[in-house]
Design a protein around this ligand. Structure first.
Ligand SMILES: Nc1ncnc2c1ncn2[C@@H]1O[C@H](COP(=O)(O)OP(=O)(O)OP(=O)(O)O)[C@@H](O)[C@H]1O
Ligand code: SF4
Ligand SMILES: [Mg+2]
Length: 363
């Protein structure tokens, strides 16, 4: 395996002391053959050297095509998957190798909200039991006698009637179920919420309500969010910073303005060029990049830059040298909006989507 692309780099570190530091995170799923004598014949390199920081109260959005490793990163953060290697630090403490009571204490602070509110809630449990379930594992947060009151309070906090406490999930709409999922995520008063596509399964009209609720809760409780989504417009709306993933690695990371208005990585530029635009004039003026080929298999990723098989700028160097996720040399010291980490040997600004105020000059 090539050296991780981000070794030792802390990309776009926010000013405040990070609540979460992720360094060179790797998850390889073994590929095995045989029934009686299982033999490892390879590995799916789902996540291969991802590093980022999350500041208190910050929202970091993660975008990228299906299968690029977003959910695997999320699961490692909440201990649903064990990293192959790499480090996750919570307030400076390495939590990757904790176990038992110490792990339990730390994990309380990092909770997850899942994508599908239809399958992630147990249909046989009442809403009260679903939201209160985390207290079974952490009775110190809410003593038994106080749990119903807490759950009612949580229902109210997420905009649901506390009287619904004895209802079952099927008695709620999709948006309401996701509110229940969020209430459960909040039960242990975490500092970090990892939200894996929290609105992707919802109707467009309901998505905005859930996003607004998440923003309200963030300012009310000072939460930090890792917000995973396919939809680039939603990510821009909610995120302070955005990381773009491709085939198990981060291609580019920066503030929403840096990524959306000044992208320097060809993959980000291609993704942005495909965003649906409601304004027909903007649609006509946009610089659409059509990528050739499919995403390669993570079991056999390209050498060097993983994007090179689809990149129109690829040269020889791209096949032999893994581009580091760092501020590209051409922009160092420049101080402008392109001065953010981008894992490309030939990083250059290319805006594919015009803004409303931009004069029509063509390319
Ligand atoms: N338990 C597993 N065993 C083997 N391979 C896995 C496992 N979980 C995920 N993968 C593979 O790892 C890669 C990354 O998957 P992951 O679910 O993290 O992607 P994703 O970015 O969340 O995709 P999506 O947008 O479709 O949710 C995929 O190729 C997937 O098939
Ligand atoms: S390193 Fe090469 S292949 Fe990769 S994005 Fe940059 S130009 Fe394209
Ligand atoms: Mg996923």
């Amino acid at each position: 395996m090539a050296e991780p692309a981000t070794a030792g780099v802390a990309p776009a570190a926010p000013a405040a002391e990070p609540v979460l530091e992720v360094r060179d995170l790797v998850k390889h799923f073994p590929l095995t053959r045989g029934v009686l004598f299982r033999k490892q014949v390879g590995a799916v390199q789902a996540v291969d050297g991802v590093s980022f920081d999350l500041a208190p109260g910050e929202t970091l959005g993660i975008v990228g095509e299906s299968g690029c490793g977003k959910s695997t990163v999320a699961k490692m953060l909440v201990n649903l998957e064990r990293p192959t290697s790499g480090v996750i630090r919570y307030k400076g403490e390495d939590i990757t190798r904790l176990s038992g009571r110490a792990l339990k204490a730390v994990r309380r602070n990092i909770q997850m909200v899942f994508q599908d509110p239809y399958t992630s809630l147990n249909p046989r449990m009442t809403v009260g039991d679903i939201i209160g379930e985390p207290y079974e594992i952490h009775p110190e947060v809410a003593p038994k006698g106080d749990r119903r009151r807490r759950v009612r309070e949580l229902l109210d906090v997420v905009g649901l009637n506390p009287e619904y406490i004895n209802r079952y999930p099927h008695q709620f709409s999709g948006g309401q179920r996701q509110r229940i999922g969020i209430a459960r995520g909040l039960a242990l008063q975490p500092e970090i919420i990892v939200a894996d596509e929290p609105v992707s399964a919802l109707d467009v009209s309901v998505q905005a309500q859930v996003i607004n609720l998440m923003e309200k809760l963030q300012s009310e409780f000072g939460l930090s969010y890792l917000f995973i989504a396919h939809d680039l417009s939603i990510v821009r709306h909610i995120s302070d910073r955005v990381g773009v993933m491709y085939l198990g690695r981060l291609a580019e990371i920066g503030s929403d303005e840096e990524i959306y208005d000044h992208p320097t990585h060809p993959y980000t530029q291609a993704l942005l060029s495909a965003v649906p635009l409601p304004d027909p004039t903007a649609r006509e003026r946009r610089d659409r990049i059509i990528l050739s080929g499919d995403v390669p298999s993570p079991a056999n990723p390209p050498s060097g830059c993983r994007f090179r098989t689809r990149c129109w700028k690829a040269r020889e160097r791209c096949a032999v040298e893994v581009p580091e996720l760092a501020v590209p040399e051409v922009f160092r010291g420049d101080g402008g909006p392109a001065t953010h980490p981008s894992a490309c040997h030939f990083a250059a600004e290319r805006r594919t989507v015009p803004t409303a105020t931009e004069p029509d000059e063509g390319e």
